[in-house]
Design a protein around this ligand. Structure first.
Ligand SMILES: Nc1ncnc2c1ncn2[C@@H]1O[C@H](COP(=O)(O)OP(=O)(O)OP(=O)(O)O)[C@@H](O)[C@H]1O
Ligand SMILES: [Mg+2]
Length: 341
């Protein structure tokens, strides 16, 4: 708004000045003080002076934009650097088995914010599939952020293959984890590069296979530039379901030891969901998998179900055992979904 009014006033001032020069000059010509030739020359010189002033105004706007961007960059640069490499333990390729253990984990996002996780205990063996269920906001996604080392427990420990994430090289943990997040983040780049973000070493062939497995090829092939299509800032030009499929393709390409699926199919129609669920089940074979899902039908096959409530795991076991618990949380959630309440 300031800029548009500056623009307006600037132009008004220039115009008024030029008109007054003209009017005064006409008077001077009438008195015979200057010639018409001199008037035209004066007008030319005036334009030469005003031009740079207008440009100066525009440069001022550019400088302001620059200062603003600088402030934003500074905020990012001020964030503490993560310790990627220089940690005590490094878990490498074949040594990485994929067991995950939460030992009395307490967690709050910030010191004076409410505690989200209040003493979580569970152990997952390599290759097992674990489902996390519970109402919205109980801390399911938060627990998964602790597995990937985005955050660390305020008390207790998260152990991967027996090593505390706090003392382990984040690079080695993250190289072996793939996450299909609740809200996939895409970069303003081509579809191809966005999928290859899962594994930079992958060939185009592997990338296209992953897209096919994730059922993403059906919409990618319809783009005018196909895999060369740019997806817009944060993937704005794709629907949520399309973004989810790109995120799944990324995970397929990565072929990790630990797979985290945070409602990976929540925005898909029933038919696409069925196709992808089949691909995901193939991907989940021999991987430690965490599945978060509100639709409990996807949860039934899990080796273990963890039921979250008020920051704690209140029930743990297989579907058939959990629905037998009298007044159980899982039993209630399940019956609610199948329409018994
Ligand atoms: N980055 C964050 N900073 C501060 N608080 C957060 C942050 N992310 C989540 N929370 C808070 O932590 C709590 C747990 O959130 P979380 O996302 O883990 O829930 P959820 O179980 O995954 O829910 P949903 O089923 O809706 O995805 C919520 O009360 C939320 O407000
Ligand atoms: Mg969540």
């Amino acid at each position: 708004m300031i800029w548009s009014s500056i623009n307006f006033y600037q132009r008004t001032i220039v115009l008024l000045t030029q008109i007054s020069i003209f009017v005064i000059s006409v008077g001077l010509i009438q008195k015979g003080n200057i010639t018409i030739g001199e008037l035209i020359a004066l007008n030319g010189y005036a334009a030469m002076i005003f031009g740079p002033f207008v440009v100066l105004g525009r440069q001022w706007q550019t400088i302001q934009n620059g200062i603003l961007a600088l402030e934003r960059v500074e905020k990012i640069l001020e964030l503490p650097t993560e310790e990627y490499e220089n940690s005590k333990n490094t878990l490498n390729g074949n040594d990485f088995k994929g067991s995950v253990e939460f030992k009395n984990v307490f967690f709050a996002y910030k010191k004076n914010e409410p505690t989200v996780l209040k003493g979580i205990n569970f152990k997952v063996n390599p290759g097992e599939t674990v489902a996390l269920v519970g109402e919205s906001g109980v801390g399911k996604s938060t627990a998964m952020e602790l597995v990937s080392g985005y955050y660390f427990p305020t008390k207790g420990g998260v152990l991967i293959d027996g090593y505390d994430t706090k003392d382990t090289s984040l690079k080695s943990i993250r190289q072996n984890i793939a996450i299909v997040p609740q809200e996939p983040v895409l970069f303003n780049d081509t579809v191809k590069h966005n999928i290859k973000y899962g594994s930079f070493k992958a060939t185009d062939e592997e990338m296209k296979n992953a897209a096919k497995e994730a059922h993403a090829d059906v919409f990618i092939e319809q783009f005018p530039k196909k895999y060369g299509q740019v997806v817009g800032e944060r993937g704005i030009r794709l629907s949520v379901g399309q973004k989810q499929r790109i995120a799944i393709a990324r995970a397929m390409l990565r072929n990790p030891k630990i797979l985290i699926l945070d409602e990976p199919t929540s925005a898909l129609d029933a038919k696409t969901e069925k196709f992808i669920t089949e691909s995901l089940e193939r991907l989940m074979e021999d991987k430690t998998t965490f599945v978060i899902a509100h639709r409990l039908s996807t949860v039934r096959k899990a080796d273990k179900i963890l039921v979250f409530k008020a920051g704690k795991v209140v029930e743990e076991g297989k579907h058939d055992d959990l629905i037998r618990i009298k007044d159980g949380v899982y039993k209630y959630l399940y019956e609610y979904q199948v329409g018994l309440h």
